[in-house]
Design a protein around this ligand. Structure first.
Ligand SMILES: Nc1ncnc2c1ncn2[C@@H]1O[C@H](COP(=O)(O)OP(=O)(O)OP(=O)(O)O)[C@@H](O)[C@H]1O
Ligand SMILES: O=P(O)(O)OC[C@H]1O[C@H](OP(=O)(O)OP(=O)(O)O)[C@H](O)[C@@H]1O
Ligand SMILES: [Mg+2]
Length: 281
């Protein structure tokens, strides 16, 4: 039976469970449950703290896991990323009080508060200097004002929390993160794991694309195909009127309204966009 780790709480938990449910796996009936046995699909799910997930997967105790790239990096566990899951995007940045004009070199010898001590230690080592790392579990943005740190290194999503506390990010991003599906480093996923990965990827890609259908004058097909090239190429079907064809192609969800405008401008008719719930490539 395949053993898969899923975040039990925090920012990634809800989206991770939603993707798994859409992929046809059994849901947790109670948010306090730590395991779910999905006999139909021969998978056992373990609901763990996202910070711990890479450790279980890196040791081979569990076959696959969903966690944040930043958390996996901080854990130091040896894991491979199988899929980027398209949610939980964040950056990991240094920040300090606005108006103090910090640069990364100013961090040498200072107190840096963070929940990701290993990411910070590694970055400082790469730069060839040391600083005092103050390890906190959360609410890191308030630590400077409370006097325990001079600067912080923390997760930035919208940037709202930094602004609220009068902080500005500085220096290069230490990590561009999002939710990832991980496996043990160097271990080729077996058939069951490959099937699980394909199912999850099918849902993730389905969420990132929409299906566009439209009627197109045959004379404009080449131009219309350039607007909607699809993944391989668009599907073109004859219509009862020999001067027209029906076209179908997947397009990136973020661009679909613009592409529909372009198709209408070109002369396409009956342009429809529909959600894709799942797919395989
Ligand atoms: N505001 C945010 N926007 C996007 N991603 C975030 C945000 N906050 C945390 N993350 C991502 O979520 C993961 C951290 O999840 P985790 O559950 O440990 O922390 P959390 O969401 O802060 O929950 P808690 O601190 O309550 O345990 C990391 O991969 C991080 O990059
Ligand atoms: O840039 P923003 O969109 O404001 O998001 C960033 C904040 O979100 C997370 O905190 P969370 O709410 O998880 O609380 P925590 O600090 O207790 O972990 C993260 O640790 C930052 O503090
Ligand atoms: Mg947090």
């Amino acid at each position: 039976m395949l053993r898969v780790a899923v975040p039990n709480k925090g920012s990634l938990s809800e989206s991770a469970s939603a993707v798994l449910a859409e992929a046809g796996y059994r849901k947790r009936s109670d948010s306090k449950d730590l395991t779910v046995l999905d006999n139909t699909n021969d998978v056992e799910f373990f609901f763990l703290r996202p910070k711990d997930i890479a450790i279980y997967v890196g040791q081979g105790t569990l076959d696959l896991g969903i966690t944040g790239r930043d958390l996996a990096g901080d854990s130091g566990a040896a894991v491979d990323e199988q899929i980027s899951m398209g949610f939980g995007s964040s950056t990991f940045r240094y920040a300090a009080p606005a108006g103090q004009e910090w640069t990364v070199d100013d961090l040498a010898g200072k107190r840096i508060a963070t929940s990701y001590p290993n990411l910070v230690r590694r970055d400082l080592a790469d730069r060839g200097f040391t600083a005092e790392i103050i390890r906190l579990d959360g609410a890191v943005e308030i630590s400077i004002q409370l006097g325990v740190a001079d600067a912080i290194a923390d997760v930035v999503g919208s940037g709202r929390t930094l602004r609220q506390h009068g902080l500005v990010a500085f220096g290069d991003t230490l990590c561009d993160s999002e939710a990832v599906l991980i496996s043990r480093a160097g271990v080729e996923p077996d058939k069951a794991a490959r099937q699980f990965i394909a199912r999850v990827q099918g849902v993730v890609i389905g969420q990132q694309y929409v299906m566009i259908d439209y009627d197109c004058p045959r004379s404009l097909l080449e131009q219309a195909s350039a607007i909607t090239p699809g993944i391989e190429s668009p599907t073109v079907a004859p219509m009862a009127d020999p001067d027209w064809v029906a076209v179908r192609a997947m397009v990136p969800r973020k661009q679909h309204q613009n592409l529909m405008d372009e198709l209408a401008e070109l002369g396409a008719k009956a342009i429809l966009a529909t959600d894709i719930r799942s797919c395989r490539f």
